[in-house]
Ligand binder design. Structure first.
Ligand code: ADP
Ligand code: MG
Ligand code: ZN
Length: 631
C-alpha cells in the first residue's frame, strides 16, 4: 500500500518537473531567438535606406506594414552579412523609387509570426507567470505558517483506494482477540440499517495499537476484504506537507471521497504523525495542528447514518492527542500485540502456504525458537529459508533452511572466512560453554538449544541459544537473577579458566545490567526500594525505553543497588563454574572440535555428572509439549 502512495507522489513530482522543463525551454528559446535577431539583423535609418537605393546598393526589398527588410547587394558597403531593416514610414513614393532603380520588391502579405507571437505573449507567458507566482507564494505560504489565502484550488489528496481487496482474516494468523473486536465493525458495515433502526450510535473509529510488524496494516485491509467494502487509505505522514493548509484540505477530500463511497473504511496509517498531542510540543506546528483539527471536525461532522468506519494504526498510542481518543472518535482500542507461540505457528503456516516445504519441516520448532518475533519477522524468515533453499540448489525448503534463516535474523549470516587464532577460538569456546553450563545447572534458566563458535556477520564470535520450554508471561525474581547469571557466565568462564578478561562480553554486560536495573526500578523487587516505581516505560510498543522518575540522589542509590546485584551474581556464577571446572573443560574441548553442538549432546555431558538434571530438562519432556501444541 505504501508503495502505491509513493508511486503517486512520484507522478506528481514528475508533473512538476515537466512544468519546469517547459519553462526553462521557453526561456531558452526566447533568449536564443532574440539574440539571434540581434546578431543577424541591423536597423538603419530610413534616409540611409533611400540613400542605399539611390547609390544602387540594394538587391531586394520586403515590405511589411510596419517594417521594411533590405537585402543589400554583395558589393554594398553596408553589406556586413546582416539583414538590414528599417521602419515603414508610409512613404508613397517608395514604390516608384524602387521601380525606377529596378529593385525587386515584395510585400509580406501574411504575418507568419503573428500567430505564434500572439500565442506567446498572450497565452504562454501569462500561464508561466501564473505558475511562477503560484509556486513562489505557496513556498512563502509554507514558510509563514500560511493563511488560507495561500491555498490554491483543490488538494491533490493522494487517497489510495482499493475496491476489491482479496485479503481476509485467513491471511492474518493469530491476533484472535483483535479479529473478534473487528468482527463487530464488519457486521456494522454490512448491516448498518440494523444499528440505525434500534437507535444505536454507530462506532466511528477504532485504533489498532501494537509494535511494528505485528500486522496492523494487514488487519485493516482484511477488515475491508471481509466486509467487501472500498478501502481508502492514507498514511499520516502524507498529511503533513510543505504547503500550509494542504493537510487540512486532504482530510476534507478524504472524507468527501468516503461519503461518496459509503459504506467504506478509511484507514489512516501511522496516525501518530498527525495526532501528536498538541500540548506536549515545545514548538507548535501550525500545519499539523490544522490538519488534526480538521480531522477532529470531520470525524464529528460526517453523516453518521452513513456506514463509514475510520481505522487508525499506531505504535505510539501514548502520544496521541486526548481529543482524538474521546468517545465518538477513536474510542476503541484494539491491541495487536506480539504473537505467542500458537500465534507464531499460525503465522508461519500462513506464509509457508506459498512455499514448497520438505517433509522434515517442523514449523513448531521454528516458532519455539523465535520468542518475541513479530509477523513481519516470521514472514521474512520463511522467505529467507526459501532463498537459501534455492541457493543450495534444492526445490523444496528443508528444516535446516528455516533453522538457518532464524539464526541469520537473530545473529547475521555465518562468516566462515573470519579466521580466529587458535587462542581466541579457545577463549570463545570456553566463553560460550560458560553461558551454557550456567544455564544447565541453574534451576530456573531456559534449557540450552545450541552452542556454536562459528562467527556471524553481526559481530558475534559465537553464541549460545537458549529456548524457553514454554512461553512465560510472568517472570519471577529468581528467574531474572538466573538470567543475569547466565549472561555473566561467559566472562566468568574466561576468568576461571584463563584468568584473563576480554572485550567479548560487552553485550552480555549490557544486557545483564539492564535486567538488574529493571529488577530495581521497574519491578519493585528489592528490599531497599520496596514497591516504588523509579522508572516508567515509554514507547511500550517500540524500544520500551525507561525514563527516570526519581531524584538525583535516589538515582545514585539505584546504581549502587544494581551494582550489588551484578556483583553477587558474578561471584555466584564464578563459584558455580569453579565447582564444575571438569565439565567446563570437557565440553569446551568437544565444542572446539565440533564447532557447533546441540542441546542433547550438551546435556549428555552434563547428565553424566548430574543424572537428576536429565528429567527436568530432557528432550522427551520437550517432545511431549510439542505434541500438545500440535493438537
Ligand atoms: P504493521 O502495520 O503492524 O507494522 P504490517 O501489517 O505491515 O505490520 O505487517 C507486515 C507484514 O508482516 C505483512 O505484510 C505480513 O506479511 C506479515 N504479518 C504481520 N503480521 C501477520 C499476521 N498476524 N499474520 C500473517 N502475516 C503477518
Ligand atoms: Mg503498518
Ligand atoms: Zn557471551
Amino acid at each position: 500500500m505504501q508503495n502505491k502512495n509513493t508511486g503517486e507522489n512520484k507522478n506528481n513530482k514528475n508533473k512538476n518537473y515537466i512544468l519546469w522543463y517547459a519553462i526553462t525551454a521557453f526561456i531558452l528559446i526566447y533568449i536564443f531567438s532574440t539574440t539571434k535577431n540581434f546578431i543577424t539583423t541591423q536597423e538603419i535609418s530610413y534616409s540611409a535606406f533611400i540613400e542605399m537605393i539611390k547609390t544602387n546598393q540594394v538587391e531586394r526589398v520586403v515590405i511589411s506594414s510596419s517594417e521594411i527588410d533590405i537585402i543589400p547587394k554583395e558589393n554594398s558597403e553596408r553589406n556586413n552579412g546582416k539583414l538590414l531593416y528599417t521602419g515603414n514610414v508610409g512613404d508613397d513614393n517608395l514604390v516608384e523609387l524602387l521601380i525606377e532603380n529596378d529593385i525587386e520588391f515584395t510585400a509580406k502579405t501574411v504575418q507568419n509570426n503573428f500567430m505564434t507571437e500572439f500565442i506567446l505573449t498572450w497565452v504562454v507567458a501569462p500561464v508561466i507567470c501564473f505558475f511562477l507566482l503560484r509556486f513562489f507564494f505557496s513556498k512563502m505560504g509554507g514558510r509563514m505558517g500560511g493563511s488560507s489565502m495561500m491555498k490554491f484550488g483543490k488538494s491533490n489528496a493522494k487517497v489510495y483506494r482499493e475496491k476489491d481487496i482479496k485479503i481476509t482474516f485467513d491471511d492474518v494468523a493469530g491476533q484472535d482477540e483483535a479479529k473478534e473486536s473487528l468482527k463487530e465493525i464488519i457486521d456494522y458495515l454490512n448491516h448498518s440499517e440494523k444499528y440505525v433502526e434500534i437507535g444505536a450510535k454507530l462506532p466511528k473509529g477504532a485504533l489498532l495499537v501494537g509494535p511494528p510488524g505485528t500486522g496492523k496494516t494487514l488487519l485493516a485491509k482484511a477488515v475491508a476484504g471481509e466486509a467487501n467494502v472500498p478501502f481508502l487509505s492514507i498514511s499520516g505522514s502524507n498529511f503533513v506537507e510543505m504547503f500550509a493548509g494542504m493537510g487540512a484540505a486532504k482530510v476534507r477530500d478524504l472524507f468527501q471521497e468516503a461519503e461518496k463511497n459509503a459504506p467504506c473504511i478509511i484507514f489512516i496509517d501511522e496516525i501518530d504523525s498527525i495526532g501528536k498531542s498538541r500540548d506536549s510540543q515545545l514548538q507548535t506546528n501550525d500545519e499539523r495542528e490544522q490538519t488534526l483539527n480538521q480531522l477532529l471536525t470531520q470525524m464529528d461532522g460526517f453523516d453518521s447514518t452513513k456506514a463509514i468506519v475510520i481505522l487508525g494504526a499506531t505504535n505510539r498510542p501514548e502520544i496521541l492527542d486526548k481529543a482524538l481518543l474521546r468517545p465518538g472518535r477513536f474510542d476503541r482500542r484494539i491491541i495487536v500485540d506480539r504473537p505467542d507461540l500458537k500465534g507464531r505457528i499460525d503465522i508461519l503456516k500462513v506464509h509457508a502456504k506459498d512455499v514448497k516445504l520438505g517433509e522434515d519441516v517442523n514449523l513448531e520448532e521454528i516458532a519455539k525458537s523465535t520468542p518475541g518475533a513479530v509477523g513481519a519477522d516470521l514472514a521474512n524468515m520463511v522467505n529467507e529459508a526459501a532463498l537459501r533453499a534455492v541457493k543450495q540448489g534444492r526445490n523444496v525448503v528443508m528444516q535446516e533452511d528455516l533453522r538457518e534463516a532464524v539464526e541469520v535474523i537473530i545473529a547475521g549470516k555465518e562468516k566462515k572466512d573470519r579466521i580466529l587464532s587458535p587462542k581466541e577460538k579457545r577463549i570463545v569456546a570456553f566463553h560460550e560453554v560458560g553461558h551454557a553450563l550456567v544455564a544447565a545447572l541453574l534451576e530456573r534458566a531456559d534449557p540450552v538449544h545450541k552452542i556454536t563458535i562459528v562467527p556471524r556477520t553481526m559481530g558475534a564470535l559465537g553464541y549460545t541459544m537458549q529456548l524457553p520450554e514454554e512461553e512465560k508471561y510472568l517472570v519471577s525474581k529468581e528467574e531474572l537473577i538466573n538470567q543475569i547469571m547466565v549472561m555473566l557466565g561467559g566472562r566468568s568462564a574466561e576468568e576461571v579458566v584463563f584468568n584473563v578478561i576480554t572485550t567479548g562480553a560487552s553485550n552480555d554486560i549490557e544486557r545483564a545490567t539492564k535486567t538488574a536495573r529493571s529488577i530495581v526500578t521497574l519491578y519493585g523487587m528489592t528490599e531497599k526500594f520496596d514497591m516504588m516505581a523509579l522508572e516508567s516505560v515509554q514507547n511500550r510498543y517500540l524500544d520500551g525505553r525507561a525514563v527516570r522518575e526519581c531524584s538525583e540522589q535516589t538515582s545514585t542509590m539505584i546504581d549502587e543497588e544494581v551494582l550489588k546485584i551484578i556483583k553477587t551474581c558474578h561471584e555466584n556464577t564464578k563459584k558455580l563454574l569453579e565447582e564444575n571446572r571438569d565439565l567446563l573443560d570437557k565440553i569446551a574441548e568437544y565444542l572446539l572440535e565440533k564447532e557447533t553442538i546441540f542441546g542433547d549432546e550438551f546435556m549428555d555431558f552434563v547428565c553424566e555428572k548430574y543424572p537428576e538434571l536429565r528429567n527436568k530438562k530432557s528432550k522427551e519432556n520437550k517432545e511431549e509439549k510439542q505434541e500438545l501444541v500440535e493438537e
